[in-house]
Design a protein around this ligand. Sequence first.
Ligand code: UT7
Length: 331
Amino acid sequence: MMTKTRRAGITAIGAYAPSKVLSNDDLSKFMDTSDEWISTRTGIRRRHVAADDEFTADLAVSAIKDMQRRYGEAVLEGVDMVIVATNTPDAYFPSTAAMVQDYFGLKAGAFDLLAACPGWVYALSVAQAYVESGICKKVLAIGAEALTKIIDWNDRSTAVLFGDGAGATLVEAVEEPFGIKSMILGADGAGGKHLHAKAVGKCLLDGTKLGEHVYMNGSEVFKFAVRVMKTSTVEAIEQAGLKTEDISLFVPHQANLRIINAARERLELAEDKVVVTVDEYGNNSTASIPLALCHALDGGRIHAGDNLLLVSFGAGLTWAASVLTWGGGKK
Ligand code: UT7
């Protein structure tokens, strides 16, 4: 007798971006920059910034409330694991995930996951493994970020790039043909020196000194991003047993429009097959893909049965790509 494999998929989603917005012109009032430089180099026009008393756990809670608004409060019934992917936890401990678990009164395990910008895709892969192995039934995989709290507002080369936000997804067993069809995860720690932010250490193992704020070698990360966006998406499509023409929508990490366009061109995807939200949110790291997914859903661009291609990259250096067939199409 053939054993039926259980396949995990996303069955609900929600997102949140803080109400405070900083435009490029707002930044140019207190920093030596311009709308012209930022928009032509990055595609970013605005970014949402958490209020002084708003932190990552608040953003995660708001994204889940948005999920409840879309699918009903009962959507959280039976959640048995909460994973928050974040680079900006409110505390080293307790985990942001434990705060979320308590806020919603969930009978669930909880932990944070740190994998830089691809963190939410990594969280999706963990949720997938839990569900497909039978360890958990319903997993919340969240990406939440208050990055503007750790950037140096005097460093124009990084400060203009980042924003805050959160996206929450519910992962559980789904019926064929829906669900996660491939998962490509990678890291090249030798590139750690190109993008870092200090925690308790003084330097990386290779001796690179850690400063107080986010440091980025933009052009090195740019080259790396363009390369892995292509290689990992090609692998993800192949592992899913599909061809590029089977992809309905490309939902890349929103860091820089030039990086997104370079990846799209290399994959030979039409412009209308790509979701772009970087203009509105800037780079909000782990939140960027689930937020972009929500936008695409709200814009009527995702339907049940669509094959979505997701890809992210970031500090580590790390990357992650996945193809999934959307089943949780309702709002
Ligand atoms: O989630 C993953 C995280 N990171 C990324 O995806 C970032 C990847 N890298 C990038 O997106 C791009 O490299 C940047 C947008 C960061 C920079 O673009 P670039 O075309 O690589 O510019 P650049 O670093 O070569 O800088 C060019 C010039 C420099 O001036 P000089 O030395 O040529 O006179 C910078 O000082 O632009 C200057 N500059 C700025 N000027 C106005 C740097 N930042 C700014 C700014 N406003 N905000």
